[in-house]
Design a protein around this ligand. Structure first.
Ligand code: ARG
Length: 465
């Protein structure tokens, strides 16, 4: 096959073995089919390691230069997808090291001085995840920007607010969009926290106990953009907390997106009809010609299951593992990669789609009007007239029963009709029974009034800047 193939018995660790690896075991233990994704991080780590070894006199400058030259060429091969990956060489590390020696000879064999694949893989995964977090945080911010714009556009749009999925009180559509924004703001913050904790460099922990060579861990940590070297070599090679934390954060992101997805599915249904999604984000049915389905939203809702699966897989992988490195840890990559891809793609889908939705303002208002959404406002009015809230609650309950039987909204009852329930009701009551009066009255921090929505949107923009 490719030129990087190792003949049987040519793996990089065969010295103490008397027979070649069983062909099945070779396949069973290979990880290169998925960890090749870490090639660029692996090269980056090797470059830092080689420079540090030369600085400390463990490698000559000529050896270092040959290694750096060889790694630069390998990087090009990887980027241009010309690198001859070989499953016989097990993983990304040994593929690259073997290739390096093929290209530059003796010096290539010295690169692994003072390190192990155990600290190497821990470093690679941290570098990979750091980049992934930066990408995902940028997508979160892009989606948040879109929500802020939508909130400003629909700051005055009245819709029903729900509890128990029953019409509760009128809210503004912009207010609802800013609720979504808040979920994502916590997600962005959580990822920043995850990044801060993972940004320590395990390189130098070697297999588990450190190395007898005079390495400079501060130097490699600095060159790789880490805040500091890790403090304990045993912990360094075995710790996968950062991967678990990321999967927890990704799961929560997907839980949030799935909740938004569910609302979009409801809102685009004929029964609600609150919003319409652009055709380019929807699909049709192969049998029912009239259908336009919100598949992207449904898929995002479904993908939440994948992220949660990754989290549970990693928690279970680590449970009960003794120190230090165990080969179990090779199983961390697929769920982690999947969580990264799932979170990123779901965010991209929503960042593109949600701000492009159009709101059916009439339908939204109609739905709020139909559900006695201003009943609480009537109760609050009676409290201002001197009734105790519990008594006011009772009065309004009776008025709602009457209106339900008459098939009319509270605002459609005459003053005389309303006064049957309380003599405290005057003709100024109609101002509070309107939807616009109801939302405008809730004008405090976090309230649904249009002017509050505009103020919160402004503040959100500043946070994102
Ligand atoms: N492929 C391994 C992993 O993903 C790299 C470390 C292997 N170390 C070992 N001693 N077998 O974790």
């Amino acid at each position: 096959m490719s030129q990087n193939d190792a003949a049987p018995g040519q793996q990089l660790w065969t010295g103490r073995f008397t027979e070649a690896t069983d062909a099945f075991v070779e396949r069973f233990s290979a990880s290169v089919q998925f960890d090749a994704r870490l090639a660029l991080q692996d090269i980056q780590g090797s470059e830092a390691h080689a420079r540090m070894l030369a600085e400390r006199g463990v490698l000559t400058e000529a050896e270092r230069d040959a290694i750096l030259q060889g790694l630069a060429e390998i990087r090009q091969e990887v980027i241009e997808e010309r690198f001859p990956w070989s499953p016989q060489l097990e993983d990304v590390h040994m593929n690259i090291e073997h290739r390096l020696t093929q290209r530059i000879g003796e010096a290539g064999k010295k690169l692994h001085t003072g390190r192990s694949r155990n600290d190497q893989i821990a470093t690679d995964v941290r570098l990979f995840l750091r980049e992934a977090i930066d990408t995902i945080r940028a997508e979160l911010a892009r989606f948040q920007h879109g929500l802020v714009e939508l909130a400003e556009r629909e700051a005055d749009t009245i819709m029903p607010g729900f509890t128990h999925l029953q019409v509760a009180q009128p809210v503004t559509f912009g207010h609802h969009m800013l609720a979504w924004y808040e979920m994502l703001e916590r997600d962005r913050d959580r990822l920043a926290d995850c990044r801060r904790r993972l940004n320590q460099c395990p390189l130098g922990a070697a297999a588990l106990a450190g190395t007898s060579f005079p390495i400079d861990r501060e130097a490699t940590a600095r060159e790789l953009g880490f805040d500091a070297p890790t403090r304990n070599s045993l912990d360094s090679v075995s710790d996968r907390d950062f991967a678990i934390e990321f999967c927890a954060d990704a799961s929560l992101i997907l839980v949030h997106l799935s909740r938004m997805a569910e609302e979009l599915v409801l809102w685009t249904s004929q029964q609600f009809g609150f919003v319409e999604l652009p055709d380019r984000f929807c699909t049709g049915s192969s049998i029912m010609p009239q259908k336009k389905t919100p598949d992207v939203a449904e898929l995002v809702r479904g993908k939440a299951a994948r992220a949660q699966g990754s989290l549970v897989q990693l928690l279970t992988l680590m449970k009960g593992q003794p120190l230090a490195y165990n080969r179990d840890n090779q199983e961390d990559k697929e769920p982690l990669f999947d969580a990264v891809d799932t979170a990123r793609d779901a965010l991209t889908a929503f960042a593109d789609m949600v701000p492009a939705l159009s709101v059916n303002r009439e339908r939204c208002r109609e739905a709020a009007r139909a559900g006695f959404a201003t009943a609480t406002d009537l109760a609050d009015y009676l409290v201002r007239q001197g009734l105790a809230f519990r008594d006011a609650h009772e009065v309004v309950g009776r008025a709602v029963r009457y209106a339900t039987e008459a098939d009319r909204d509270l605002a459609e009852l005459s003053l005389e009709e309303l006064r049957q329930f309380s003599a405290a009701i005057g003709d100024d009551v109609f101002a509070v029974l309107t939807l616009d009066g109801s939302v405008a009255a809730r004008s405090h921090i976090g309230g649904t009034a249009p002017e509050q929505v505009r103020a919160q949107a402004r503040a959100a923009r500043e946070r994102l800047a």
